[in-house]
Design a protein around this ligand. Structure first.
Ligand SMILES: Cc1cc2nc3c(=O)[nH]c(=O)nc-3n(C[C@H](O)[C@H](O)[C@H](O)COP(=O)(O)OP(=O)(O)OC[C@H]3O[C@@H](n4cnc5c(N)ncnc54)[C@H](O)[C@@H]3O)c2cc1C
Length: 502
C-alpha cells in the first residue's frame, strides 16, 4: 500500500462547496498541500443558498472570518429560526426557533413540564419558553450568551446572506493562503488503467491538471463522482417529491425579519429570506402537480416587494450519491446529494463534509476503512436531515390539493417513524449520535406540525402545582424582560454591520 502523503488536491468547482472546501483545507493544511480550484465562468454557479443554520458560525470562527465584516460584505442579516406558515392547515403558523426551549428540571427535559401545564385552560404555548422565538416575533436581535444571570440560554443565531458574495469572500480567503485557481471548462477526466483512480482532469484548452485527491464540487452534474466514476444516485423523491424551484429577488421589505419564512403553497412552498439590500424568494414545487407557469405566477403574486428580475428555474431531485467518496474522489455540495432548502441545511452539509474529510484525511493508499467511515457518517447525516424534512410534509391536516393529499400519505422513513412513535407514546425525544437537529428542534417541529404525545413523564407530576407554576412563570418572565431590552433587528444591524449594498 502506498503510504505517501497526499500533496496535490484538485477541487473541481468554484461554488460555495468548492471555495469552502478550499478555504478550510488551506487554513488547516495549507503548508503541506498544493490546492487548486478549477472552475468555469461560462458554466457559473447555482447561486442560491442564502439561509444558514447556526453551525455556519463554526466555520467562520475556524477561518477567522469576523462576523460583522462578513455581514457587511454580503448584505447579511441575522436568522433566529424559520417560520412555517400554512403547513398544518391554512392560517396556521409556528416557528422552528434555534436554541433552547425552557429549561430541564432534575432528570427531565422541559417538554414534560410544559405538557403537564397544558391541562390548565389558556396555558401558554411552547414558544412562550423560547427566547429565540419571542425575539423573532418582536423583530429583535442581540448577542446574548445567557439571559441575565439566570440559567436560561441566550440567543442562538445564524445568517441570511448573499451566497455569491459569501463565496467571493471564501475565494479571497483561500487565494490569500496559497490556493491556486484555474479557469476553464473540464471536458475529460483521465482514469488510471489499473484501478480507475482519477489521474487528471483535462480542460477545453488542452491543459491537464493532475492530482492525488480530487474533490468533486461541480454541482448537480457531479462531473467526477457520477460522470467519470458512475457512483450512482439514490433517488429519494418518493419521500420528498418536490423537484423544481423558481428563484427571484425582490425589493427589501420592512421590518427586516430576523427569520426565514417557509410558506406552504398548493404544490410546494415558498421561501422568503430577508437580506439588507433585497429579499430572496423562491418557490419549491412538484412538477407532477404544478406547471412552471402556475408556479411562477404564484411566486410573483406573493412577493412582499417589487420583483428585481425574472424568476430563474432550477431543477433537482432529492437524493444522495450511492458513494460519496469513491476511490480518490470525494463529492461535496450539490454533487453529493440534494435535500430541498426547507431547513437551510445545504451549506451545513458542505461544512460537515469538509470537516469529515479533514478528520479522515487520506494518504495515497486511500485505505478502504477511511472511505467506508466517511461514506457511513455522511450518509447518516443526509438521512437524518431527510427524515426531519419529511416530517414537515407528512404531519399535515391539509387535504386541499392532490399534492397535500399525497404528502399526508407519504411513507415515513424508518428513523422518522421511530421518533414519531416514541414521542406520541411518551413525549421523549432522543438525539441519535451526533445528529444535526437537537431534541429541541424535533420538539418544536413535531408540536408545530400538530403532533402531541399521549402523556408526559410521570416524574413531572412530582412537582407540586404551585412550584410548577412558579418554574414556568419565571422562565416566561425572564425571557420577556430580556426581549424587551433587546434592540430591533434593524437597529442592531445599523449599529454593527450595515452594508454598503443597502
Ligand atoms: C433552489 C435551491 C435553494 C437553495 N437554498 C439554500 C439555502 O437557503 N441554504 C443553503 O444552505 N443552501 C441552499 N441551497 C443549496 C446551495 O445553493 C448549494 O449547496 C451551494 O450553492 C453549493 O453549490 P455547489 O458549490 O455544490 O454547486 P454550484 O454552485 O453549482 O457550483 C458548481 C461549480 O462547478 C463548476 N463546474 C461544473 N462543471 C464544470 C466543468 N465541466 N468544468 C469546470 N467547472 C465546472 C461550476 O463552474 C461551478 O463553479 C439551495 C439550492 C437550491 C437548488
Amino acid at each position: 500500500m502506498n503510504n505517501l502523503p497526499v500533496k496535490r488536491v484538485v477541487i473541481v468547482g468554484g461554488g460555495t462547496a468548492g471555495w469552502m472546501t478550499a478555504a478550510v483545507l488551506a487554513r488547516a493544511m495549507g503548508a503541506s498541500l498544493e490546492i487548486r480550484v478549477v472552475e468555469s465562468d461560462a458554466i457559473g454557479i447555482v447561486g442560491v443558498g442564502e439561509a444558514t443554520i447556526p453551525q455556519i458560525r463554526n466555520v467562520n470562527t475556524f477561518l477567522g472570518i469576523a462576523e460583522d465584516a462578513m455581514l457587511k460584505a454580503t448584505g447579511g442579516t441575522f436568522k433566529l429560526g424559520i417560520e412555517f406558515n400554512d403547513w398544518v392547515r391554512e392560517g396556521h403558523s409556528y416557528l422552528h426557533a434555534f436554541g433552547e426551549v425552557g429549561l430541564p428540571l432534575g432528570p427531565l427535559p422541559f417538554q414534560h413540564y410544559w405538557l403537564r401545564s397544558r391541562a390548565a385552560a389558556a396555558a401558554p404555548d411552547l414558544w412562550a419558553y423560547s427566547l429565540n422565538a419571542r425575539a423573532a416575533g418582536n423583530h429583535r436581535m442581540d448577542r446574548l450568551e445567557r439571559v441575565g444571570n439566570t440559567p436560561v440560554a441566550g440567543i442562538k443565531y445564524a445568517f441570511h446572506f448573499d451566497a455569491s458574495l459569501y463565496g467571493r469572500m471564501l475565494r479571497a480567503y483561500a487565494e490569500q493562503r496559497g490556493v491556486k485557481r484555474t479557469e476553464g471548462r473540464i471536458v475529460d477526466v483521465k482514469l488510471r488503467g489499473e484501478d480507475g483512480f482519477i489521474e487528471a482532469v483535462a480542460l477545453e484548452s488542452g491543459k491537464q491538471i493532475e492530482g492525488e485527491l480530487f474533490v468533486d464540487c461541480s454541482g448537480f452534474r457531479g462531473l467526477l463522482i457520477e460522470g467519470a466514476l458512475k457512483a450512482g444516485f439514490e433517488d429519494w423523491r418518493h419521500w420528498l417529491p418536490c423537484d423544481r424551484a423558481l428563484a427571484v429577488p425582490s425589493a427589501p421589505a420592512s421590518p427586516m425579519r430576523p427569520y426565514t419564512q417557509a410558506n406552504a403553497r398548493p404544490a410546494g412552498w415558498q421561501w422568503r429570506i430577508p437580506l439588507q439590500h433585497r429579499t430572496g424568494n423562491g418557490h419549491v414545487y412538484c412538477s407532477e402537480h404544478m406547471s412552471d407557469d402556475e408556479a411562477a405566477s404564484i411566486l410573483l403574486s406573493s412577493l412582499d416587494g417589487a420583483a428585481l428580475g425574472e424568476p430563474r428555474p432550477i431543477r433537482f431531485a432529492a437524493g444522495i450519491r450511492r458513494r460519496l467518496w469513491l476511490r480518490n474522489c470525494v463529492a461535496i455540495g450539490l454533487s453529493a446529494g440534494f435535500l430541498e432548502p426547507l431547513e437551510s441545511t445545504a451549506i451545513h452539509l458542505i461544512q460537515s463534509g469538509v470537516s469529515r474529510l479533514m478528520a479522515l484525511f487520506p494518504d495515497r493508499g486511500f485505505d478502504p476503512a477511511v472511505i467506508e467511515e466517511y461514506n457511513r457518517k455522511v450518509r447518516q447525516e443526509y438521512e437524518q436531515v431527510r427524515d426531519f424534512l419529511v416530517l414537515h410534509y407528512r404531519a399535515t391536516e391539509r387535504r386541499d390539493t392532490p399534492f397535500w393529499e399525497r404528502c399526508a400519505a407519504l411513507p415515513a422513513p424508518e428513523g422518522l417513524q421511530r421518533k414519531l412513535d416514541l414521542f406520541r407514546a411518551t413525549g421523549q425525544i432522543f438525539r441519535e449520535d451526533d445528529e444535526l437537529f437537537t431534541e429541541q428542534s424535533w420538539l418544536q417541529v413535531m408540536v408545530g406540525q400538530g403532533i402531541l404525545p399521549r402523556r408526559h413523564h410521570p416524574a413531572a407530576d412530582e412537582l407540586p402545582p404551585a412550584q410548577l407554576e412558579e418554574f414556568l412563570g419565571t422562565i416566561r418572565k425572564v425571557i420577556g424582560t430580556a426581549v424587551e431590552r433587546m434592540p430591533t433587528h434593524e437597529r442592531f444591524i445599523a449599529e454593527h454591520c450595515a452594508s454598503a449594498q443597502r
